[in-house]
Design a protein around this ligand. Sequence first.
Ligand code: GLO
Ligand code: NI
Ligand code: NI
Ligand code: NI
Length: 404
Amino acid sequence: EGKTMRDHMRFSVVYWHTFRGSGADPFGPGTAVRPWDDGSNSQENAVKRVSVAFEFIEKLGAPYYAFHDRDVSPEGASLSETNKIFDAVAAALKAEQERTGIKLLWGTANLFSHPRFMHGAATSCNADAFAFGASQVKKCLEVTKELGGENYVFWGGREGYQNLLNTDMKRELDHLAKFFHLAVDYAKEIGFTGQFLIEPKPKEPTKHQYDFDSANCLAFLKSYDLDKHFKLNLETNHATLASHTMQHELEYAGMNGILGSIDANTGDLLLGWDTDQFPTNYYLTAEVMLSILKYGGLGSGGVNFDAKVRRESFEPIDLFYAHIGGMDAFAKGLKIAAAIRADGEFEKFTKQRYGSWDSGVGAEIEAGKHDLKSLEKYMLAKGEAAANVSGRQEFLENLFNRYM
Ligand code: GLO
Ligand code: NI
Ligand code: NI
Ligand code: NI
């Protein structure tokens, strides 16, 4: 009742690209036109920026936003000063949340930009970097709780390696698990009940990131007894960097019960890195929404636009066009996915494809009624495995086109 598509989709605006992105890339400086923001990193400017940010999100009509500690709040001369500045900015964020009704999808700590994290944070070879990162997570958890954040995200940043010849991988993974356990324990201590999420990415900035993809994250979580505490935040462009599709990542996470949230951008096949382009492709959004619907939605997660406008189109109005395009693409994707589910054609094809399994010895195998000896006996009696004819790919894609 009274809910719009924007609420159902739990769309979220990211603070880092939308309000802090300059358009800079490795080949040139920023190009952003931001008349309201002199870019200075003072507490005063950070607080002023909060009202502009919320005016933008309000006009857009998005129900959520997400931030890193260092996007919203600058670092001071000492850790205690940094924490004080963060409190002041958090008070401004809270006031704007209360004024507008906009909510915090998740908070996260930036453990990758500052030179102290040049070898990582939790997986650094320097224990002080681990301790500093832990202190930032402690504070960021407190602020996220104070702001009613519904999740808390860990994207690995520089948690990975450049060269295995000087890296003790086992030790670094132990440290990463330790770091996560400390965060879980502290959340419990302060009563933060939001969902913890890991955001996998296979490379960039390190040559090999430890949180590579959903399968590798699941194995890590299980090995270190963390699987009850974490789900995944999947990003389209990270999936393609891992040579997966986003649909593959969603399916793997969904079937293992760890699908948490998505960072929505595009997985353009020409991309060799994470360019964070706004999604516009209905084929992609429809398939993404099909997977999400299949697993019953994102729960406390949302559709977070971890995306930025291009360096060459950086007028403030472009930020609106880009988000509107992304929201439209997902709204259309949801409608297409709902129509596909409603008439059940694909389910029929899938059922048909496994027809000989279900009607044959397959049902007995699934029921645990066989061992290798009994299967050999079955095959010896039968002589030959029957060919399976159904499930032709090109036909399925034609069918998919009919919903577009
Ligand atoms: C980088 C990631 C990064 C995360 C952010 C929040 O490629 O996508 O932007 O989304 O740190 O976790
Ligand atoms: Ni992301
Ligand atoms: Ni990314
Ligand atoms: Ni990205």
